[in-house]
Design a protein around this ligand. Structure first.
Ligand code: 4AD
Ligand code: MG
Length: 466
C-alpha cells in the first residue's frame, strides 16, 4: 500500500507547499481542538516552525468519538490530503483520512492555553519547548550555533575541540568546579595534612574548563586561525539574569593579529550573527518583538547599521565619574566596571554597542599583553544595551620574559605552564582572540531578559534539576 511508504512531512514544509498533495503524513502535538457539527478542527504543531497546521477530522472517521476527546498536548499521526485552506490566516490545511492517537494527554498537562510565568515554565523545562515562545527560542539557538560555524568556516578558521577537563584556571578567578574520583569520606592526605591529589584519577588536580583559550592559543600558533565552541563552567555564586554556571562560549584565536584586529573581528562577528538571524529566523523574531521586547527589531537594525563605539578604559572611567549619576558601586580608576556602569555606557551615554579597551593590568588575567605604558593591558570588552558585557578578549602576551613577569605578579608557577610558555619559546607570534558568551548573544538577538530562558536546562546556584 502506497500510504505505508509515506515519509512524514514537517509542518514547516507542508505550509510552504506549492501545490496540493493527495497523500501527506503529518506528526505532531495537539495545540487546540474545536468541534463543529460534522468536523473536528485540530491544530497540530511539530516544532519545525512557529505556526501549526490545521487538520480537519471528519465525523465519518471510525475513531471520531475518540478524537473528540483529544486534548492539548496529545500526540497524533495524521494521513490525509493537503488542500488549500478555506479558513483565514493559513494557505493549507489537511483533510484527514486517518488520525492515529500516539499518546494522549489529560487535563493535568501543564501547558494549557493561558499564559504562564517564566518561573513556572522553568520548573517544567522538559515541557516548555512545546510552547510557542520556547519553541522560537530554541530554534533560534540552533540557527545561531550554525551561523557561528558558518562565519568562521567561511573565513578559513579551523574548529578546535579543546578539553573540557583541564588542569589550569585560565581566567585566574578561582571559579573552578573540581573533577575528582577521590572518596570524599576517606580522602588521602599528604604529610603536611593537605589532600593528596597525586592519588586522584589524573594524578593531579583537575577541573571543568572555564575557557578553551590557552589550548586554542597552542593551535593558533600552528594553524593560524582557529576557534572553539563548547561548554564552559564557572563556579561563581552570582544569581543574576546574565550568569549561568554552565554556558557555551565561542573563542576565536588568531595568530598575527593585534588588539585592533581583534576588536574588528568581534564587531564583524556580532553583526554577522544578527544579520543571519534576521534573515533566517524572521518569524521567530517577530514573535519576540510582539511578546518579549517591542523594540527588538529596531534595536537589531540599529546595531548592524552603525559602527560600535570604542573607548579606552581610562576614558570610560572619566566619563562615568563626570556623568552625574550615582551608582550603587562608585567608579574609580583601577576597579572593574560593574554591570550598572557597562549599561550606562551603552544604554544611556553612547546608546549603541561599545568596545572598551586597555584595562589596568591589575584587574585582568595573566595572559594579556602589557602595553608600553606599563599600566594597562590590551584587553577589550564589547558591551551591548540590555546586557552589558557580551565579548571579552585581548591580544596575548607573546614575549616570554614579559609573560614570566606577569605570571609572577599573578602568583602563578611557571612549572604549571611549561607547554604554554613553549609557545613563546618556539616561533612566538603576536596573537589575539576573544570569547563570545553564546547565551548572552542569544539574549541579545531574542530580547529574552533572563539567561535561564535561553538554556534548555539551566545550571545556576542551587539548581541542577533535570
Ligand atoms: O570575559 P571572559 O571571562 O573571557 C574569557 O574567558 C577569555 N578566556 C575569552 C578569550 O579571550 N578567549 O568570558 C567571555 C564571555 C563574556 O564576555 C560573557 O559573554 C560570557 O563569556 N560569560 C558568561 N556567560 C554566561 N554566564 C557566565 N557566568 C559567564 N561568564 C562569562
Ligand atoms: Mg570578561
Amino acid at each position: 500500500m502506497v500510504l505505508r511508504m509515506l515519509k512524514s512531512t514537517p509542518i514547516k514544509t507542508a505550509l510552504q507547499s506549492s501545490a496540493p498533495q493527495d497523500a501527506i503524513l503529518i506528526q505532531g502535538w495537539v495545540r487546540t481542538r474545536r468541534d463543529s457539527k460534522t468536523f473536528s478542527f485540530i491544530e497540530l504543531n511539530d516544532g519545525s516552525c512557529l505556526r501549526g497546521l490545521q487538520i480537519i477530522a471528519n465525523s465519518t472517521l471510525p475513531n471520531y468519538s475518540e478524537l473528540q476527546h483529544l486534548t492539548t498536548g496529545a500526540s497524533v499521526s495524521v494521513i490525509g490530503k493537503l488542500v488549500p485552506s478555506q479558513g483565514q490566516g493559513q494557505r493549507w490545511e489537511v483533510i484527514a483520512d486517518t488520525v492515529t492517537i500516539l499518546g494522549g494527554a489529560d487535563a493535568t498537562y501543564p501547558l494549557q492555553k493561558k499564559g504562564h510565568t517564566a518561573e513556572f515554565l522553568r520548573e517544567i523545562a522538559h515541557l516548555r519547548p512545546r510552547s510557542n515562545l520556547f519553541g522560537c527560542i530554541f530554534r533560534v539557538r540552533s540557527r545561531l550555533a550554525f551561523a557561528i560555524h558558518q562565519f568562521f568556516q567561511e573565513k578559513g578558521f579551523v574548529y578546535v575541540h579543546t578539553p573540557i577537563i583541564t588542569g589550569s584556571d585560565c581566567e585566574g578567578a578561582g571559579e573552578l568546579f573540581r573533577v575528582t574520583t577521590l572518596d570524599l569520606k576517606n580522602l588521602p592526605k599528604r604529610e603536611d595534612g593537605a589532600i593528596d591529589y597525586a592519588q586522584d584519577f589524573f594524578a593531579r588536580s583537575t577541573y571543568l574548563t572555564v575557557s578553551g583559550q590557552l589550548e586554542a592559543e597552542a593551535f593558533a600558533c600552528a594553524l593560524a586561525k582557529v576557534y572553539t565552541f563548547g561548554p564552559t563552567f564557572r563556579a561563581e555564586n552570582s544569581n543574576t539574569s546574565r550568569h549561568a554556571n554552565e554556558f557555551w562560549m565561542i573563542e576565536p584565536e588568531m595568530a598575527f593579529c593585534d588588539l585592533q584586529g581583534d576588536m574588528d573581528m568581534a564587531e564583524e562577528f556580532v553583526k554577522y550573527l544578527i544579520r543571519d538571524i534576521r534573515e533566517h529566523c524572521a518569524e521567530d523574531l517577530e514573535l519576540f518583538s510582539k511578546f518579549v521586547d517591542k523594540t527588538l527589531l529596531e534595536r537589531l537594525a540599529f546595531v548592524v547599521e552603525r559602527p560600535f563605539q570604542r573607548v579606552s578604559y581610562t576614558e570610560a572611567v572619566e566619563l562615568l565619574m563626570k556623568c552625574g549619576k550615582t551608582f550603587e558601586y562608585p567608579v574609580e580608576y583601577g576597579t572593574n566596571l560593574q554591570s550598572e556602569h557597562e549599561r550606562y555606557l551603552t544604554e544611556v551615554h553612547f546608546k549603541c554597542p561599545v568596545t572598551v579597551y586597555n584595562y589596568p593590568k591589575e584587574i585582568k588575567p595573566f595572559y594579556m599583553r602589557l602595553n608600553d605604558d606599563d599600566r594597562t593591558v590590551t584587553a577589550m570588552d564589547v558591551l551591548v544595551p540590555g546586557i552589558g558585557e557580551i565579548v571579552g578578549g585581548s591580544q596575548r602576551e607573546e614575549r616570554l620574559d614579559v609573560l614570566l613577569q606577569s605570571m609572577a605578579r599573578h602568583h602563578l608557577d611557571p612549572k604549571d605552564y611549561q607547554w604554554y610558555l613553549d609557545l613563546r619559546r618556539y616561533g612566538t607570534v603576536p596573537h589575539a582572540g576573544f570569547g563570545l558568551g553564546f547565551e548572552r548573544m542569544l539574549m541579545f538577538v531574542t530580547g529574552v531578559a533572563n539567561i535561564r530562558d535561553v538554556i534548555p536546562f539551566a545550571r545556576t546556584p542551587g539548581n541542577a534539576a533535570f
